[in-house]
Design a protein around this ligand. Structure first.
Ligand code: NYM
Length: 191
């Protein structure tokens, strides 16, 4: 079997530096010889992404459950090309994924398990930037979602180099080793 790529997701509150981390990590993994591609969710360039962008910039109002499903749909649209890239050996680094979907929707009071449903196997100064929302999102990330076997939590209140060192250690142990070295097949989230 050909070696597959790893799927790495960086999650966190708004403006915590994820975009910088994604770029640095992609460069570091490329330097180690891993073909690497970066992604960002929501992908605001697609039809669903344009509605999500209008929602996030307060241009339109959308029901909480409906917008949750639209964020999930935005990820689903990318799934076939992501799977193809992973199977062909490209490591993917995503700036947010389904964990953000769950944390941000659950922060508004939606049931956490309901929020996980659309991303399960077989399925296919913005709105949230307030201290109140960010505090609830943070506790959902840390208290309810971090037990997931895929997670590593990195402290962002260090220098850029120190955070990068911690991100690299987590990525090599949790993602690169099982995916690239042990050649585990691409699985499903939250099965
Ligand atoms: N967001 C992101 C959600 O509410 N649900 C999701 O499924 C995803 C992927 O969109 N405030 C929210 C979190 C962020 C915003 O911001 C995207 P950015 O700066 O593009 O990461």
């Amino acid at each position: 079997m050909a070696k597959r790529g790893a799927f790495i997701v960086l999650e966190g509150g708004d403006r915590c530096g994820k975009t910088t981390r994604v770029a640095l990590l992609a460069q570091a993994l490329a330097n180690l010889g891993h073909p690497t591609k970066t992604l960002k969710f929501p992908d605001r360039t697609t039809a669903t992404g344009r509605v999500l962008n209008q929602y996030l910039t307060n241009a339109v109002e959308v029901d909480d459950k409906a917008i949750h499903l639209l964020f999930a749909q935005n990820r689903r649209e990318a799934e076939p090309s992501m799977r193809a890239l992973l199977q062909s050996g490209t490591t993917l680094i995503a700036d947010r994924y389904a964990y953000s979907g769950v944390a941000y929707s659950a922060s508004k009071g939606l049931d956490l398990t309901w929020c996980q449903r659309p991303d399960r196997g077989g399925y296919g100064a913005e709105r949230y930037e307030s201290t109140r929302v960010q505090t609830r999102v943070r506790s959902l990330f840390l208290d309810r979602l971090r037990d997931d076997r895929n997670w590593a939590v990195v402290r962002a209140d260090q220098s850029i180099e120190e955070v990068h060192r911690d991100v690299m250690a987590a990525v090599l142990a949790r993602a690169i080793r099982p995916a690239v070295e042990e050649e585990r097949v691409v699985g499903e989230l939250w099965v």
